[in-house]
Design a protein around this ligand. Structure first.
Ligand code: NAD
Length: 434
């Protein structure tokens, strides 16, 4: 099939490259001309394991192309995906202006049996609203707008697409359901389960899924605080409850509070939808507050660890999780400014996210390796669970640091591994160890 992907971000690029892998011909469109110019040279602007290779392979095979000219690409397309951003607006609801803008631009260009597929995460009722918008612009009510929410995780996006837990197709007409079934047929053959439902249900599935996963994280974080006070160990508790198949072990890692491009924004949008329909999502409302408070509390904990004014803190990891350069709503964006405001010099390191962090939180000094960041630091803070940090030579770190405290927000070490080098180990959900 001929596919056009509008929006060449994390989701658009991965989905576009993976649809090419399934055998379709894909053109990815973006309004960012610089991004498209780089992609045409096979330079991938984001870090996602395996993506550059996949993109290069399908560009060479002639199945994947990049363009900023929607008017040339859209008329041939059987399916046009909208994968543009849906950021939070000031009330916590989502800003649909990019989705609406893309749909309005598309409306006069597409052939009459083409299906417009909303891949972006959008609130309940959006696909139907977009169908009305497109019908109005075309002066024709026979339009096909489907919803196909995306569940990929940054860092493992390609595997998440090709070996998805499920594919959710929201279709309010037979043509939309047929085109999406054909597009994903190779995955169905491999045994990936399909849920075919209405567009509204598909939109609700995406938010309910993310809210539930975020609740798991928020829950284990609160259990971690209790463990710290009650002399427990959250890792043991998480294992004990996670082996219950009704609960599951995933998303039970206590940490600095969730961040990233999805959970904070999607929980806010889910809560805003609840308020709009006068069905308040109280659990999720509380979760949002507690998660933000957790990041601020963490900054206070680090400052208390220094035990004096000023000083120097090494911050290892600013991406919201490992294997990505995405720093949106990461703990570092709260922690670094709070440390700087307290007059503390911050020396940071991240293997992939330096540029993105520097744009959002200026003021920290940066080093190219974690050991250089640790040199002369009064305390060292680990915010992201990069594998490189789990393999740190703690003896070397101990020799380089001026102070003794390691605040590890990802529990990368067993306490004795750290304390035997004369360091104090402050982790999450366990008593500090010296
Ligand atoms: P992103 O910001 O990385 O990319 C969006 C791209 O769309 C940008 O390159 C932008 O220039 C482009 N764009 C905006 N308006 C356009 C237009 N009219 N025409 C062409 N291009 C346009 O965003 P993302 O992380 O890929 O997320 C996209 C959507 O997918 C969001 O709704 C997000 O919530 C959802 N989602 C994201 C993830 C994730 O892990 N990133 C996972 C699941 C769902």
């Amino acid at each position: 099939m001929n596919v056009v992907m509008i929006g060449a971000g994390y989701v658009g690029l991965t989905t576009g490259a993976c649809l090419a892998e399934l055998g379709h011909r894909v053109v990815c469109i973006d309004t960012d001309a610089m991004k498209i110019a780089r992609l045409k040279r096979a330079e991938v602007p984001i870090y996602e394991p395996g993506l550059s290779e996949l993109i290069r392979r399908h560009m060479m095979a002639g199945r994947l192309a990049f363009s900023d000219d929607l008017a040339s690409a859209a008329p041939q397309a059987d399916a046009i995906f909208i994968a543009v951003g849906t950021p939070s607006d000031d009330d916590g609801d989502i800003d649909l202006s990019y989705v609406k803008g893309a749909a309005a631009e598309l409306a006069p260009l597409v052939k009459s049996d083409a299906v417009i597929v909303i891949k972006s995460t959008v609130v309940a009722g959006t696909a139907r609203m977009i169908a009305n918008l497109v019908a109005e612009i075309r002066g024709d009510s026979d339009v096909h707008v489907a919803s196909n929410p995306e569940f990929l995780r940054e860092g493992s996006a390609i595997g998440d697409f090709l070996e998805a837990d499920r594919i959710v197709i929201g279709a309010d007409d037979a043509r939309s359901a047929d085109v999406l079934a054909e597009l994903y047929a190779p995955l169905r053959k491999k045994g990936v389960p399909f849920v075919t439902t209405t567009t509204t249900n598909a939109e609700l599935v995406k938010y309910a899924a993310n809210a539930f996963l975020a609740l798991k994280i928020g829950f284990i974080n609160e259990v971690a605080d209790l463990c710290e006070a009650a002399d427990g160990d959250v890792a043991a508790v998480a294992e004990g409850i996670g082996l219950d198949r009704r609960i599951g072990r995933a998303f039970l890692n206590a940490g600095p509070g969730f961040g990233g491009s999805c959970f904070p924004k999607d929980t806010r949008a889910f809560a805003a939808t609840g308020r709009r329909y006068r069905q308040p999502q109280t659990l999720v409302e509380t979760l949002i507050q507690r998660n933000e408070a957790r990041k601020a509390k963490l900054a206070a904990k680090i400052i208390a660890e220094l035990g004096r004014k000023g000083g120097r803190v090494a911050v290892l990891g600013t991406a919201f999780k490992s294997n990505t350069d995405d720093v949106r709503d990461s703990a570092a964006l709260t922690v670094i400014p709070a440390l700087l405001d307290a007059g503390i010099a911050v020396v940071a390191h991240d293997p992939k996210a330096r540029k993105a962090t520097e744009r959002l939180v200026p003021g920290a000094a940066w080093r190219d390796c974690p050991y250089e960041a640790a040199r002369d630091a009064d305390a060292l803070v680990i915010l992201t669970e990069w594998d490189d940090y789990a393999r740190l030579d703690l003896r070397r770190i101990s020799g380089l640091m001026a102070g003794r405290s390691i605040v590890d927000c990802r529990n990368l070490f067993a306490p004795h591994e750290v304390t035997r080098h004369g360091l104090k180990y402050v982790s999450i959900g366990r008593r500090p160890a010296t």
